[in-house]
Design a protein around this ligand. Structure first.
Ligand code: SF4
Length: 115
């Protein structure tokens, strides 16, 4: 059985805070493209294809969402992501991890059962 963990930055380097100690704001500001915006549906589709081609039924897969602030991608992004996971023909045991500053959590978590 395989175990795979994939880190995803659905809102690129965007964040709704500006902590003085944030290393990532500094790092991303020095890049030629500091911010790629919210991940598109097409990228999610290609991401699923690349990940699932190496998995079998019963393998364990963790998606870890990070930023910047990942909840800036919006609830529709996460709903679409989970829908894409559930549509995969390979049935892996999927877990989700969200690293967040918490500001938008009410908007995300008041929608029951998105994961
Ligand atoms: S919440 Fe996190 S990503 Fe956002 S500015 Fe603060 S340390 Fe950086």
């Amino acid at each position: 059985m395989k175990q795979l963990c994939v880190m995803i930055k659905p809102a690129s380097s965007m964040c709704n805070m500006r902590c003085r100690y944030c290393f990532y704001a500094d790092v991303s500001s020095r890049r030629s493209i500091p911010n790629y915006g919210v991940m598109t549906d097409d990228t999610v589709t290609r991401l699923m294809e690349n990940i699932y081609k190496d998995l079998s039924n019963g393998d364990r897969l963790t998606f870890a969402f990070q930023g910047g602030e990942p909840t800036l991608a919006g609830l529709s992004y996460f709903e679409g992501f989970v829908k894409a996971v559930k549509a995969q023909p390979v049935k892996a045991e999927v877990s989700y991890v969200l690293q967040t500053n918490g500001i938008l959590l009410d908007d995300i978590l008041t929608h029951e059962n998105i994961f």
